[in-house]
Ligand binder design. Structure first.
Ligand code: SAH
Length: 473
């Protein structure tokens, strides 16, 4: 009889009774040196031990099947023999021989590591091996992309060896593309063995741990429901939306509170869809321009905005620098101001309702929004600052007139122009683009746009600058 036995992650007390019984009763025990070493205290003195090398698995499996015809043979695998272990191969080589064969399951690295981290795979999860020794990398990459796009926890086996290092870096790149960079990630090295190390971090910081990741390491990438609860990694399953943990009762208020989490999941899914759309867009946008474009697509739920967005003279980099330097943002209407991230709103000015705007408008024959821009110019606030026009074509016209008239003296650092409407909006936005003064600008061409687009653009820039600031610390 041949028993293909999973011995668990390492510690013998995590081996099943059945695995122990098969090993104790075996005539022959076969396995690689590491696993034999792990179970040496369980191996009976009478057993013949055959140590196999990596790369000789087929030979070993054949030999085990053959010996199993007339002896009790145990072929050992780490963890579970059926998960990247020897069970499949033994069954394949035994296929037509009529040999007696059984598989004894074991605790796999995913469950051993998950238990040490907390409970990160307590909702749906997937398992991927990064080893491309037997499976072509293109196939692994395709699976990783599919999984990264899904909001599901992913357990990564065989992350890195001495000769295979780029696979982990590529995996990181794929997940950074499709998942929130703050996704919780758990790393367990030598689970239930000597030298056990456990880390809980965030996706964005994974590269900082590369040097500690090896072939005895399992990585668990969480999903939007995964939290770091006081140093334990937990993927919520939804109980929190249904029950009050204090009383154990289902509670309407708590169900309502749970919507926050459900809302997060919707938000994460939408973001993944947008990242996918933007990554496939054939235009030549820089990474930061893609982030800004993604926010516009997200705000409008419309990928067609990718064809309408124009980025002239590196406006995102300029915008990031302006935010870092605390430059003023001038908006055409209050609604745009109200939509700008609270973190920066103290530096946002809108003059449409200022006391003397009505008078300026009357005197100069301007709309109130255009007069608001004129007042900003009179206060010296246009030069070197950011102008965001989300609504009024006349404000675009005014900024063009001021810049053309004032030359170097009235030069905003950045113009964001997304007015919406069938009358004049498209024309005025074209006018901004045709103003050849080297001023960085972001424009949505044509009649579409509006406040949500303007706010999406400027908030994306604010977010990028905050991220850069954090990175510099
Ligand atoms: N059959 C095994 C998996 C073999 S593939 C099982 O079910 O666990 C080998 C990979 O499993 C390793 O590269 C590592 O990613 C993971 N692994 C196995 N044992 C581990 C341990 N003790 N700690 C952390 N990861 C482990």
């Amino acid at each position: 009889m041949l028993s293909v036995v999973g011995i668990g992650p390492g510690s013998v007390d995590l081996m099943t009774e059945r695995a122990r019984a098969r090993i104790s009763g075996a005539d022959v025990i076969m396995g690689n040196v590491r696993y034999i070493e792990l179970i040496k205290d369980v191996i009976p003195a009478s057993a013949e031990v055959v140590i196999g090398r990596m790369g000789t698995e087929v030979e070993r499996a054949k030999k085990a099947v053959e010996l199993g015809q007339y002896k009790d043979v145990v072929l050992v695998s780490g963890g579970d023999a059926g998960i990247y272990g020897m069970a499949g191969l033994a069954i394949e080589v035994a296929a037509d021989s009529g040999a007696k064969l059984e598989t004894v399951p074991g605790i796999t690295a995913a469950s051993a590591s998950a238990a040490l981290l907390g409970a990160p795979i307590s909702n749906d999860f997937a398992v991927v091996s990064l080893s491309d020794l037997l499976v072509p990398w293109s196939e692994i990459e395709r699976k990783l992309e599919g999984l990264a796009k899904m909001d599901i926890a992913v357990v990564v086996y065989n992350p890195k060896s001495k000769n295979r290092t780029v696979q982990l870096e590529k995996t990181y790149g794929i997940f950074m593309q499709f998942r929130d960079r703050k996704t919780i990630v758990g790393i367990v090295r030598n689970a239930e063995r000597e030298g056990c190390e456990i880390e809980i971090t965030r996706l964005e910081y994974l590269p900082a741990f590369y040097h500690r990741i090896d072939m005895s390491t399992t990585i668990i990438i969480g999903c939007s429901g995964t939290k770091n609860l006081g140093g334990r990694m937990v993927t919520r399953r939804g109980y929190e939306t249904k029950y009050d943990y204090e009383t154990g009762n289902g509670n309407a208020d708590d169900v309502a509170a749970g919507y926050v989490d459900a809302g997060n999941r919707v938000w994460e899914k939408s973001k993944a869809i947008v990242r996918d759309i933007v990554s496939k867009y054939p235009g030549s946008l820089s990474d930061s321009e893609k982030r800004v474009a993604g926010r516009v697509v997200f705000a409008n739920a419309d990928p067609l905005f990718l064809d309408l967005l124009v980025f002239n003279h590196h406006p995102v980099e300029t915008g990031i620098r302006c935010i870092k330097e605390g430059k003023i943002i001038i908006t055409d209407i209050e609604m745009v101001k109200a939509g700008i991230s609270k973190k920066y709103r103290k530096n946002v000015e809108c003059f449409v309702n200022a006391p003397n705007v009505r008078e300026i408008a009357k005197r100069e024959g301007l709309t109130r929004t255009a007069a608001g821009i004129r007042l900003a110019r009179e206060k010296g606030l246009i030069q070197g600052n950011v102008v965001v026009i989300g609504n009024a074509p006349s404000a675009c016209q005014e900024i063009c007139a001021l810049v053309e008239e004032g030359g170097a003296g009235v030069k905003p650092a950045l113009i964001v122009a997304t007015p919406v409407g069938f009358v004049n909006a498209a024309e005025m936005k074209e006018k901004i683009l045709s103003m050849d003064m080297g001023i960085p600008c972001i424009v949505i061409r044509g009649p579409r746009g509006g406040t949500p687009s303007a706010v999406a653009i400027i908030n994306a820039i604010i977010e990028l600058s905050m991220e850069e600031k954090r990175g510099e610390k």
